[in-house]
Write a protein that binds this ligand. Structure first.
Ligand code: UDX
Length: 451
């Protein structure tokens, strides 16, 4: 089946390459000549595990090509996936690229002989596909849904795990406005064997938002409890959550023993969520609710808690250093999570800005995200280091802001020995207090009274 994908961001490129790997013929269309050229050289412009290898393979098998030409992409295609960006604009999503894509496809549909299904894969707020996209397509093509297919197929991939998530999804959601799009979606994903659910397009859109908003809500709720545990002292929120999660409704007891759902290893108290999805999606759903006259207090609180959470790190440092002014702080991790170079809405950058405001001299390391962090932080005075171990001795305190595996080495006896009673703020719960007999170990949600 020939598929055209519009947009080569995380969603578009990972979908295109993975669909090609499953045997479809994919043409990815992008407006940037540099991106198109590098993709055709099998060099993805995004950092994603397994992607370069898979891209090289599907290009060699002649199942994938990138192009600037929409016509080349659409000619002979049975489906077009709209996977363009929907950036955040004043708490809403900016639909300009989705609108433009729909206009271009609609114009092409006017004279197209073969049936085409238009499938929205970009994250769009509930109601977008069956109102905005439908209206543009019908107006520009002069045809009605039914003469062409219209569907919505949300993507649940996690950055850093995107290819694996696409190949082995938890579920696939088919949002359909007509039978053509349903048939095409079923054919597109025929070789995936997982739960598949067919709903209308606005339900599909809501599933995506509800999924992200409820995960973000759990993170903020746990972080709020963590902050209370810290204030009270002598309670470790991690132990609290272990106890809570033994409730059978979280971890059912079956004949084979206790089931430990993945959510329990996902939820870790810390300095807050970032990335391109959670902050943007929670804001967008809150704003959508308000457009409907609902105050949306839960989602607002999720955002408020998350906004302040990085400052807990500054608070922890202040609890054991008289002043942060002029102190050298080494921040380990800039990406919003490990295994990506993405720094969008990263808690680490908010920590760095606050430390700089306090007058600290910040040294920062990340295995992949230094370049992006430099762009994002602009004039903010930060000394970026390519290797963190040599600068450890010169730092007055260390903050672990991203859970990169590489930082596990900090607890190795020969390295931990160099910490010399300095504060170590583990803002991602990578370590145990006993890993640092030679340092002041601090973490969110735990303040021993005896320390
Ligand atoms: C998320 C969803 O998981 C995915 O299904 C959706 O398609 C896109 O958004 P992603 O943003 O890649 O994926 O990362 P995820 O691993 O979910 O983490 C998001 C953020 O939450 C990260 O900054 C992470 O550090 C943070 N987080 C996660 C916490 O702060 N605490 C936690 O307990 C868990």
């Amino acid at each position: 089946m020939k598929i055209c994908v519009l947009g080569t961001g995380y969603v578009g490129l990972v979908s295109g390459v993975s669909l090609a790997a499953k045997g479809h013929n994919v043409v990815c269309v992008d407006v940037r000549p540099d991106i198109v050229a590098s993709l055709n050289r099998a060099q993805p412009h995004i950092h994603e595990a397994g992607l370069p290898e898979l891209l090289g393979k599907v290009i060699a098998e002649r199942r994938f090509v990138a192009t600037l030409s929409l016509e080349e992409g659409l000619t002979g295609a049975e489906a077009v996936l709209i996977a363009v960006g929907t950036p955040s604009l004043d708490g809403r999503i900016d639909l300009q690229y989705v609108r433009r894509a729909a206009e271009q496809i609609g114009t092409w549909l006017k004279t197209a002989g073969t049936p085409l299904s238009v499938l929205v894969k970009s994250t769009v707020v509930p109601g977008t596909t069956d109102t905005v996209v439908r209206a543009i397509l019908e107006e520009t093509s002069g045809k009605k849904v039914g003469e062409f297919g219209l569907g919505m197929n949300p993507e649940f991939l996690r950055e850093g795990n995107a290819v694996e998530d696409f190949m082995n999804p938890d579920r696939i959601v088919f949002g359909c406005e007509d039978e053509i799009s349903q048939a095409v979606l079923e054919k597109l994903y025929a070789s995936w064997h997982c739960d598949k659910i067919t709903v209308n397009t606005r339900t599909a859109e809501m599933i995506k938002y509800a999924n992200n908003c409820l995960l973000a809500t759990q993170i903020s709720a746990v972080n709020e409890l963590a902050n209370l545990c810290f204030e009270m002292g002598d309670i470790d929120v991690q132990e609290v959550m272990q106890g809570v999660h033994l409730d059978r409704r979280w971890s059912p007891v079956t004949e084979g023993g206790r089931v430990r759902p993945d959510i329990l290893s996902y939820l870790i108290p810390g300095c807050g969520f970032g990335g391109s999805c959670f902050p943007k999606d929670v804001q967008a759903l809150r704003t959508l609710g308000r457009d409907y006259g609902l105050p949306m207090p839960v989602l607002q609180s999720v955002l408020d808690i998350n906004e302040l959470q990085p400052l807990q790190v500054v608070r922890l440092l202040k609890s054991c250093m008289d002043s942060l002014d002029g102190r050298k702080i080494l921040v380990l991790g800039l990406a919003f999570k490990p295994d990506t170079d993405d720094v969008r809405e990263s808690a680490s950058l908010r920590i760095i800005r606050s430390l700089v405001q306090e007058g600290s001299e910040v040294m920062a390391h990340d295995p992949a995200a230094i370049l992006n962090a430099k762009k994002e932080l602009g004039e903010c005075p930060v000394q970026f280091v390519n290797d963190w171990k040599p600068v450890l001795n010169g730092a007055d305190a260390v903050v672990i802001a991203t859970r990169w595996n590489d930082y596990g080495a900090l607890a190795r006896p020969e390295i931990a020995a160099r910490l010399d009673d300095k504060p170590v703020v583990d803002a991602r719960r990578m370590f145990r207090p006993e890993d640092f007999s030679n340092a002041i170990y601090l973490t969110i949600g735990r303040r021993p009274l005896k320390d």
